[in-house]
Write a protein that binds this ligand. Sequence first.
Ligand code: HEM
Length: 404
Amino acid sequence: MSETFPPAPSMRPRQKGFKGWIAARKFKILTAILKRLLKSWPVVKLGKTVFVTRYDDVRAVLGDDVRFNVRYADQLKIATGEPLFLLGENDPDRLAGDIEALRSVMRPEDVPGLGADAAGRGAALLEKAGGRIELVDAYFREATFGLFEDYLGIAGNAELRRAATRMFEFVFYDADEQLKAAAPDFAKQIGTATEAAMAAPPEGSVLARCRAAQQDGDKRFTDDFIRSMIGGMYIGGPPQPVIVLAQAMDVLLSRPQALEGAQAAARQGTTEELYGYMLEAMRFQPLAPALLRVAARGAVVARGTWHEHAVAEGSTVIAGVAAAMFDPRRVAEPDRFDPKRPYNTYLHYGFGAHECFARHLNAQLLPGLLRPLLSQPNLRRAPRKAGKMQVNGPFPETFWVQFD
Ligand code: HEM
């Protein structure tokens, strides 16, 4: 009798034909182009678009948030309203103030507990999986969204998770007309769920802390601020581990030696050792090829080098993080899988003022979910198509594995 492996629930309509084929490969193609440029033409200007690929130049762009602005504000206005969520904010003082406020309710001391929580959720899901599990939805999405919903204090369900995932795409990717039309409705769903949670936040949750700060007279925590920031965290947060963990498993399962090392680290290693495998696997399949910025004024990229270029105000700057992590000037033997690279090799979380708010949390969460999975005996891809990671547009959708 042949076993069936049903596809995971789809988060987005699937494009058919050539369009679908391109959508599934767009990021891989752009990454390959950026890596090619890195070798011979490290900065390329095409009209008002500038591609930057070397490690030092990419960091210099991302590190200069005054000249090179984030450009998510228009989408974030629709997603979570005003005041703008962190990634829409280009005023350095307001950004720093908002980050400080959020750190008072999403606290560094929460991180170890959240890592343990992730591992516990992962182990429980595997326990009842019966020797096979669909990674994208049934493992990574279930555990990650579950964890964030409990932590933030939002009552989640499949519909709300889908709304967050679609809004993540709307804000940070190139949304098509259909998604643009649907975005206000998805935003409303998240706004309504956030407001309901604000009215009666579960004890100990981030929203309960926001309410307590408000009651203590902390003027930063207005209703609008709480709704925008916590809604933004729900949109900008949990969709990402789902993507990068599935992709990292795809990398590991394609590299027997790396997989063996990662499994040993999962069974006996420290969190840091295991995280080294995650970060390195992500280098081979990163979240995105590039981060985009807009030049707020005339500027120069790669200043003082032979490939220095002037950038006109209003230009789009494509900071090619995926290529930069393969720059041999800064990354020794870049094509080798090495889980012990220095941490600053990686640009997965961006760099500078907007560097990922959750990077320390991710350092616990990601290995927390990998540890129970990689510890399973004889972990392997499911047979045939089910065991090949299926993507829908730029996102993993279905990916089955088996274990004994
Ligand atoms: C694990 C996978 C994740 C990756 C690869 C990732 C990556 C990134 C990147 C690249 C940026 C900078 C974007 C830019 O400069 O244009 C960023 C910012 C941010 N991330 Fe993450 N992230 C992850 C998970 C999370 C999670 C789980 C949260 C939720 C709490 C989160 C919250 C944020 C926030 C709030 C910012 C904006 C920070 C600011 O503007 O100051 N991220 N992330």
